[in-house]
Design a protein around this ligand. Structure first.
Ligand code: ADP
Ligand code: MG
Length: 698
């Protein structure tokens, strides 16, 4: 049997393969492109393409594709085979440098938010050599960026690469000020912890709501849910173990560093965490992971649910996004060092993040906004929609000491003079961690906890990288001109703490009192829904920051806002229509059938014993009839609200209207349906219940 190290990365055209299949010159040029962004000349591209094709064909590949991430949030691919006719009637397998570097998919069906008129359907994809090519099935997949012919980004990778570039540039300016002349790049890294649910395919197929919308729109609470806390880290069931083993194999072959797996809080909920890597590669890997989870589940007769809130009243799924920045030499800039000098630098980078998160709370909220995630944020399991940072007691005390020029009273009492004193060693607390905070410092990285399980991590990457780049830019502008670096540095750190300490909160983020304090006393933002936050993408300060750093153009921002809002509206409307159909075709008829049978049974009893009251049957008939009337009325209200849509002036208005009129009516309709479920004999109920779904995998 082969071991993991034998087949790890066997489907990836990685550095090992490059080194062994390319000539020394070609390899060196390609490395320069990968590491330093140097342009690739066509001769080198041809040689790389040839080697890639030979390698891929030897692994059974017949096709190649430019693999990209359009704004739909998933990935896209159009396959071309390598075959080319030879004069003697046979075929040869061909792949040129031109085909490797640039593709021209007909892009008219991907959302562009008006950036590309349909008559000008073509967009182009451009090879991203910083993310390795890989084989999926019989296809060589080449990670690419996707742009319109006007040069506008139509995907998530392009702005991500731009944000990484911008962060690197600004961080290097700071490092130079600290005397670092050797670092060539600063890279952001991320390790996304992915949560998901597994249910059997049989159960899934029996639920139209899951099939059409990814979440259950009805369902009474099961007698047993997550009350006993017996699932988290519990023994993994055999069906799930088999799935996880297969999943790991598939991911490892693709060079994805799947590392940790465990059961999560809710029944049927699990988590997979990879080892962190560069944000760009981590984004590609996370997209692939989500895709492969679904494929492997299907092989096991299961369905992997990636929706943020598949079950009401049961924990939803998120994605903890662990983020740090480091030099190409491997120095983690968010790790407190051993010398006063390193510590001053650490504190400056820390402050840059604090300032970024406070200044751009709205952009971080926007980066995780979807109709699905709106059900999770603030629902007592995920962090609230209000963004705050937790730093831990020790670091907090250090910042307070700096702000107030008082001695730090930690493990060692000391005056905090930057550049002079050594910071105390911070414990990397793993036990007593504040899990209610949306943004937590965890020793040498930050953990952003608001991402939904189905979100592409590109969006959070882009906003966080850009916002931190902006803080660093402001710092560098000032420090480069300072007469006395030490004093200017100290003052700037102090000022950041003073100006932005409102964003730091170490208490319970799930507490209602915090939401009140955050919004009323501290003036923090609380955008509950996608419809609330998304319009702010175009706020002047946001447009100014993102365009001046070159991460987005104004047109790209406008198009993204529109696409995200359209997506929100469409998602909710599909849910509303699914509800209406399920009620009319299944739920209401089922209750009616049950009550009619009850009535018949009561009548039969009375026929034998005329004196019987039949209180049980009559009571139940009465209650269920009242519920059915309520269901009918609420369905009609929802239908009327849906029909009334459509005359809004713009998408912002339409989204607001959907938030205000459709979503509340959907919640109201659900109540009598779930109540009826608990009273209806099981064989009459048309759908598997929560109990069936959550405990379906053995
Ligand atoms: P937990 O959050 O459960 O304590 P860990 O801290 O071990 O778990 O790691 C969670 C995730 O954070 C993993 O994906 C891990 O690879 C990633 N991670 C660890 N160190 C860093 C870092 N310096 N930068 C980015 N991600 C990191
Ligand atoms: Mg974690």
């Amino acid at each position: 049997m082969s071991t993991v190290s034998d087949y790890f990365g066997s489907l990836v055209f990685d550095d090992r393969v490059m080194r062994s299949t390319l000539s020394a010159d070609v390899y060196a040029s390609l490395r320069k492109t990968i590491d330093e962004g140097k342009e690739l000349d066509i001769g080198v591209a041809n040689a790389v393409a040839e080697a890639m094709k030979t390698w891929a064909v030897s692994k059974g590949a017949t096709h190649f594709t430019h693999w990209f991430q359009p704004l739909t949030g998933i990935t896209a691919e159009k396959h071309d085979s390598f075959i080319s006719p030879a004069p003697d009637g046979s075929v040869i397998m061909e792949f040129s440098g031109k085909e490797l570097i640039k593709g021209e998919p007909d892009a008219s069906s991907f959302p562009s938010g008006g950036l590309r008129a349909t008559f000008e359907a073509r967009g182009y994809t451009a090879w991203d050599p910083t993310s390795y090519a890989f084989i999926k099935g019989k296809t060589l997949c080449i990670p690419t960026a996707f742009c319109s012919y006007g040069g506008h980004a139509l995907d998530k990778k392009t702005p991500l690469l731009r944000s990484m570039e911008s962060l690197s540039k600004q961080a290097l300016r700071i490092l130079r000020l600290f005397g670092n002349d050797t670092a060539k790049r600063v890279v952001s890294s991320v390790g996304p912890e992915q949560e998901y649910f597994l249910i059997t395919k049989e159960m899934y197929d029996a639920r139209p709501d899951l099939r059409f919308t990814g979440r259950t729109l009805f369902g009474a609470k099961p007698p047993k849910g997550q009350e006993l806390d017996d699932h988290y880290f519990g023994v993994i069931k055999p069906g799930v173990t088999a799935f996880m083993e297969d999943l790991n194999d598939e991911l490892w072959k693709l060079g994805i560093l799947a590392k940790t797996e465990h059961n999560e809080v809710a029944p049927a909920q699990h988590e997979l965490a990879p080892i962190y890597t560069t944000t760009n590669v981590a984004t590609d890997h996370n997209q692939l992971t989500m895709e492969i989870m679904q494929k492997v589940a299907a092989k096991h007769g299961l369905v992997c649910l990636l929706h943020e809130k598949p079950f009401a009243g049961v924990n939803g799924s998120g994605k903890h996004y662990n983020w740090s920045i480091a030099t190409d030499g491997g120095q983690n800039l968010l790790s407190p060092g051993d010398t006063p000098h390193e510590n001053a630098q650490f504190l400056l980078f820390l402050c840059a993040v604090i300032k970024a998160v406070d200044d751009y709370q709205d952009l971080l909220r926007i980066s995780v906004a979807t109709a699905g995630n709106d059900h999770r944020l603030g629902a007592n399991e995920a962090p609230p929609a209000v963004i705050s940072i937790v730093l831990g007691d020790e670091l907090n005390a250090v910042l307070e000491a700096i702000e107030t020029d008082t001695p730090y009273a930690g493990t060692r009492r000391m005056q905090m003079k930057l550049g002079v004193d050594v910071l105390p060693k911070f414990n990397r607390d793993t036990t007593d961690r504040n899990r209610t905070s949306p943004f937590a410092f965890t020793g040498n990285k930050f953990e952003f906890r608001m991402l939904g399980s189905s979100n592409s991590i590109a969006c959070a990457n882009i906003m966080l990288n850009a916002a931190v780049a902006e803080s660093l830019r402001i710092y560098a502008d000032r420090l480069e001109k300072a007469e006395d670096f030490e004093t200017a540095l100290h003052e700037m750190i102090k000022k950041t703490i003073k100006d932005h300490k409102r964003i730091i909160f170490n208490g319970n983020g799930y507490d209602d009192a915090w939401i009140r304090e955050a919004t009323e006393e501290r003036g923090l933002l609380n955008y509950r829904t996608t419809a609330d936050c998304m319009p702010h993408l175009l706020d002047e300060k946001n447009v100014k920051m993102l365009t001046s750093l070159g991460v987005f153009t104004v047109d790209e921002l406008k198009s993204r806002r529109d696409i995200m809002l359209e997506n929100y509206c469409k998602s909710v409307l599909i849910e509303a229509n699914t509800m209406i159909s399920m009620v009319k075709r299944n739920i209401a008829p089922a209750i009616t059938r049950f009550t009619a049978d009850l009535a018949r049974q009561a009548a039969e009893k009375k026929a034998i014993l005329p004196g019987l009251a039949c209180g049980y049957e009559t009571g139940l008939i009465e209650t269920l009839s009242a519920l059915t009337d309520s269901i009918a009325a609420k369905t009609e209200e929802l239908e009327t609200a849906v029909t009334a849509l459509g005359d809004e002036a713009d998408i912002v208005e339409e989204a607001a209207r959907i938030r205000d009129t459709i979503l509340p009516k959907m919640s109201e309709l659900r109540i009598p349906c779930d109540a009826a479920e608990t009273l209806t004999e099981k064989s009459y109920w048309p759908f598997p219940t929560y109990g069936d779904l959550l405990f379906s995998v053995k």
